[in-house]
Structure formats: C-alpha cells, structure tokens
Design a binder for this molecule. Sequence first.
Ligand code: PA5
Length: 462
Amino acid sequence: MIRVDYTHMLADVIGSDKGVTLSELEALSERSEQIHADLQRRRQRGELPVYDLPFAKKVVEQIRQVADEWGGRFDALVVLGIGGSALGTTAVARALLPGLYNQYDRAARNGRPRLYVLDNVDPVSIKQLLNHLNPVDTCFCVISKSGTTVETMGQFLIARQWLQAAVGDGCVDQILLVTDPEKGVLRRLAETQGYRSFAVPDGVGGRFSVLTAVGLLPLAIAGVDIERLLAGAAAFSERLQSPHLLENPAYLNAALHYLAYTKGMPISVLMPYSDRLSDFSDWFRQLWAESLGKKIRLDGRIDPVGPTPVKALGATDQHSQVQLYMEGPLDKMVTFITVVTQDDIPFPDPVGIPELDYLAGKTVGELLLAEQRATAAALARCGRPNITLQLESLTPETIGALIYMFEIQTLFAGGLFEVDPLDQPGVEAGKEYTYALMGRPGFSSVRNELENWIESVEPRII
Ligand code: PA5
C-alpha cells in the first residue's frame, strides 16, 4: 500500500554531505534494535495501546451502532475539539469524503450529515457556523481526552446554549461526548446528565487518537468506512514488525529524519501531491512536533531537541516555497507523498494551439506526478535530500496504513531523539497559563506569578 523511495536521501546519489550513507544507517542498526525491543516490551506491558488500536473490534462495533443511528438523524455534525481531538478527523475526512461533500444534498451524502470541525475559539467562525446551521437538525461530538481543555469547554458551552434555546432539554440527545474513561468535566457530565459517551483509551494521547472514538466516531457518523480504515492499519502493521531499519518503513523513515537532523537539517517538510492530503499534513505536523519537540531527554538531562515540521502542497508550493527549498539554506529535508489517481482527466486532443499540443494524449494526473518527479529530482541534483512515499491509491485502507505508519514512526523516533513522544509538557504549560488568566479556580498562584512577570516587563509597542 505504501512504498518508501529513499534514493534521494543517499549521499552517493545527491552528491552532498547532507546525504545519508548506508554505513550510517548500518551504524544505527544496533540502537534501532534496542529501541524496537524496548517498544515491544512496553507494548506487552500494555503501556503502548496505540499499537493495538486497529484491532479493537468491540469498540468499533459500538461506534458503528451509534454512528449509524445518529448519522441518519441529523443534517449536520459539528466536532468540538482542538489539536489532537480535531486534526485527525479533519485529515481523514478531507482525504476520503468528496471535496465538496458539505455542499452535496442529503441523498448524495448517502443520508449522512455534513461535517464541520471547530478546531478553534475564534468567535467569528463560531458565529458564522452556528448562523449557517439549523439547531433542530444538528448534532455535536464534543471531544476532549482530558475533558477540561478550555477551548473545547468554551465551544461546548456556546453550542449547548444554542441548542437549548431551540430544543430545550432535548439537546442532551444531540450531543455525544468522547473523553477520558474516568476524569474531567465531560466524564462527570456523561455520568450525571445523561449524555452518551465514548472513552479515549488510557495511554493514548490526543495526537495518537484518531483511530479511537476521537476520530472514528465523527468519521463514521459522516459516512467514512472506519472498518476499512482500521483494516488498512492492521494489514500494514505486518510491514512494521521487523526490527531492521531497511525492512521496516516506519523505522527507516524515522531514521532518515533523525540522520538528517544530526546533519544540520532540523526542518522536515511534508509535501503531498494531492489536495486531499493537504489536511493530513496538519495532522502529521502536530504528531511530529508535539511528540519530538522536547527540552528534557529520557535520561533527565536538559537538552532541547526536535525537528520542525513544515507543511507544503504539491504542485501549488512549487510556485511558492520550493524556491527556498531548492536554493535557500541547506537545513531541510522534504518528504513527498504521491498517489496514483484513479479519477483522472485526459487533456483534450490538439485544439489548434500548437504550443500546448504536448499535453494531448496525457492526463492531469500524469502532469501532477511529473511535477513531483521533476521537483524531487531537481532537489536531489542540488544536493537536497528527499523521500517519496508512494501510495497506490487513496482509500480508507491506505489512509489507515499511513496514519498507523506515522504513529509507529513517531514512537520509534522518540527513541532516536531520546525523548518521551507521549508527553507534552509545553502544551500543558500553555493550558495552565490560560486557565490562570481566565480565573479558573486552583490556578491563582500561577496567575499571580504570570501577572507579576508581565508587569515586570516594560512594554515596547510602536
Ligand atoms: O496531543 C495532545 O495531547 C494535544 O494536542 C491535545 O490533543 C489537545 O491539547 C487537546 O486536548 P484534549 O483532548 O485533552 O482536550
């Protein structure tokens, strides 16, 4: 389903010291095998449930049942969440639902609701969205692993008030919750106010949670075939069993990124040549940045580290960022994703414009692939490393496989970069400061400390 072409990462191909040698990969093999053994040990101990998500059949049956019931009842579904509670749904929906899905009429949507994901607290967007929807016909998935994140709680309060004004207490039947099995405000509401709810399994952080109810529930309500998504991940897991770098696409990809980082290329561009994968880059950007960008290493030493993921889109960014990638500082590697398009458009036969005759007999899909091959080769010839992930098609199976591969790649990269890929102390610090400034009880000392600091700084504003 996915092939990793790393030809343009190799030093003898790109003729630059930024390239990787096979002996460098070999030198990493012992360490890789240790990381593999450690991951497997932790998996056996139940500490890495991410590995097992594609096989969670019982939960999926429960999700399917609720999704079919709710999917048939409503004309619109709004996901309330942020970060890892929203990005996966957006990415998969964009990849697998038709581009203009929300503009289709209900029959063309197979009777399923339109899908909106409110991944922010911008009042303008919230107002515009609610003004556009009919409360009688709208349901919400409120998704927060912690069940306390202020953005999601804020969205929830506004949405619930909007629903209540139209349908009164019946709003309980229009809101689904996905949250921690035990803790947090959302769990308490599920227990005391009768909301239907699903649990985010313990040990699965937001950015790793798209293959739990976090992503599966809203995606299934909107009509995505989640069983095929998981089947793709499960099938591809076979290819991720090997401890050997050159046999395991997730490990190889992580190792190439790590070696690039050690060679002075901390920037990692993800550039799919497919509009439908554009939001996938946002999901990956969070996974890579939040998992690997850390101050404290596994042995406790303070030594900030982490690659910087950048989002680009082919061919669009060939006319934007690629100039920088081609000639700017040699501080980045590029990962392309290509997809063989099934739904192609042939160019017309010659139409009396001789300068354009060369396109006759070819297709738009061929043009897009040619652009990617041209860009990859041009970068390589300038000594700029790049990888191409080739997808045989864009289906629930290949997307499931890609998600799973990137998740395992990230866990493995945590070992290479010597960080815990499952925590996010920087995000938590930001959350605490926001709670403090918004006056949440229990955060007054943080508030005092922050306000004192703000006051101690002389503002310079022009
Ligand atoms: O990956 C993560 O852990 C974070 O990005 C969270 O998903 C994000 O902060 C939202 O948190 P929560 O799902 O607890 O509301």
